[in-house]
Design a protein around this ligand. Structure first.
Ligand code: ARG
Length: 292
């Protein structure tokens, strides 16, 4: 390498996909039998076969992109277990367990912690109410933490103690966007090679209070700000490997914004799972580190 090399400032960023390991759960017992978010209407029928088919497309797409997907067994009576993002938050082989806000999902917490233990993770049992990667997002070396509907402010302190990282609290204000992962999408979780690219996000400004909007604007001046119309179809509830971004086919504006920035949007329709108030990201928990 020459010592006086100069970066070409206008060269378009070549996005590189990073390998991911995820945890998913087949929606075998999926239905909407209770309502703990505004999307859930128990009187509206659900079709478990459609949910299974749509979920399978997501699973197959991750594998086709070269990622690894682990599976946790679905448990009867826990229809929301398909939303594995809520099962915990994992960094470097440590799994901070979830403690659910509502009794309907309480039993999922221990079930996920058992899986983490059985699969080589050191489990940090939670004292405070938190819903895992639904409300905690790792961006660079910072944890963005949501509150307002599910995870408590005390859990933000706890997650910071468990991982020894900076935690930035953000307050959600629109009940449709009750988890942080419905309002923020982490596009580039890590610094690019040589520090050329900052960790970056996309977000829905209207989902946050004014303080939160200020923090996001200041910390992520290059973020994609997504329109309400794309937020309303759960466009932000997406999964990125740094290049491929799996999003809802209905988030047309977001899709165009991603293309402009050199990402590759991959459209995955999870309309049936949206009846439970979840999308792509909700069905995906990232397994960072661990033994395997
Ligand atoms: N029905 C589930 C609940 O309300 C949906 C969870 C969606 N998960 C997510 N990571 N946003 O808890």
């Amino acid at each position: 390498m020459s010592t006086n090399e100069t970066a070409a400032p206008s060269a378009p960023a070549e996005r590189t996909a990073q390998h991911r390991r995820y945890l998913m759960c087949r929606p075998q017992h999926f239905t909407v039998s209770y309502s703990i978010n505004p999307w859930m209407e128990p009187s509206r029928p659900t079709d478990t076969d459609v949910a299974l088919r749509q979920w399978r497309t997501l699973y197959d797409t991750y594998l086709a992109l070269g990622h690894e997907v682990e599976l946790i067994d679905p448990l009867e009576g826990l229809p929301d277990m398909v939303y594995t993002a809520n099962g915990g938050f994992l960094i470097d082989g440590i799994a901070y367990g979830a403690k659910f806000r509502f009794p309907e999902r309480a039993a999922e917490g221990p079930a996920f912690m058992d899986w983490f233990r059985d699969n080589g993770y050191t489990v940090a049992e939670p004292v405070e109410v938190n819903e895992g990667e639904g409300d905690f997002l790792l961006v660079g070396d910072t944890i963005l933490a949501g509150t307002g509907f599910r995870s408590t402010g005390d859990s933000h302190r706890e997650v910071g103690e468990v991982f020894g990282k900076e935690v930035v609290s953000l307050t959600l204000t629109d009940p449709r966007f009750y988890h942080l992962d419905t309002a923020i999408s982490v596009l580039d979780p890590v610094q690019g090679a040589g520090g050329v690219e900052r960790a970056n996000i996309a977000y829905l400004p209207s989902a946050f209070d004014e303080v939160g909007r200020g923090i996001l604007a200041e910390r992520y001046p290059d973020a994609i700000q997504v329109d309400d119309a794309d937020g309303a179809v759960f466009g932000l509830n997406s999964a990125s490997d740094g290049r491929n971004v799996l999003i809802s086919p209905r988030a047309k504006g977001f899709e165009a914004q991603l293309r402009e920035r050199g990402y590759n949007p991959v459209l995955i329709d999870l309309s049936e799972l949206l009846l439970g108030g979840g999308g792509i990201k909700c069905c995906t928990l990232e397994l960072r580190g661990g033994s395997r």
